[in-house]
Design a protein around this ligand. Structure first.
Ligand code: COA
Length: 132
């Protein structure tokens, strides 16, 4: 298992993982063009996990100089429950801490709560999302 920074050549494999996990409802937010923009943004940490030259997981988030937030985590269904999600979260938390973050938040689904709690996150107040 190898965790590294996202590269443009990873886009198709990431889209496939997001589709398989039903996390691709908003291509304008998560699709190829958005990924290319993220690559240019210095606040972003965008990592992939590779096994045998294949991208099997992705995590991305931002640190704005004050708050660090994980926006997306996805592991290919064939590779789940092998510690990849945990490894990706540990690495992005390490990257945020190196930049100066003292806490890390995550936007999560109800179903994935057991994973996040095992990874050391505690549930707090809910978020609202504008959809104009
Ligand atoms: C949630 C997700 C990222 C977890 O990744 P993963 O690589 O499978 O997780 P890990 O193997 O590191 O799991 C660590 C622990 O979390 C818990 N866990 C993980 N998936 C779980 C599940 N589906 N149900 C209950 N507990 C779970 C377990 O305690 C697990 O330890 P164990 O396997 O020793 O029992 C992955 O299932 C996924 O991509 N799901 C679809 C997309 C998604 O829900 N993303 C998160 C949205 S916020």
């Amino acid at each position: 298992m190898f965790i590294r920074d996202f590269e443009i050549g990873d886009i198709d494999q990431i889209v496939e993982i997001l589709r398989l996990n039903n996390q691709y409802d908003f291509p304008e937010v998560d699709g190829p063009e958005a990924m290319k923009r993220l690559k240019q943004c210095s606040a972003v940490v965008f990592l992939v996990c590779e096994i045998d030259n294949k991208v099997v997981g992705v995590v991305k988030g931002t640190y704005d100089g004050s708050r660090a937030m994980i926006h997306q985590l996805s592991v290919h269904p064939h590779y789940q429950r092998q510690g990849i999600g945990t490894a990706l979260v540990k690495e992005i938390v390490k990257r945020f801490q190196r930049r100066g973050a003292s806490t890390v938040s995550a936007t999560v689904t109800e179903e994935s709560l057991p994973f996040w709690q095992k990874a050391g996150f505690k549930k707090t107040k809910a978020f609202l999302v504008g959809n104009w």
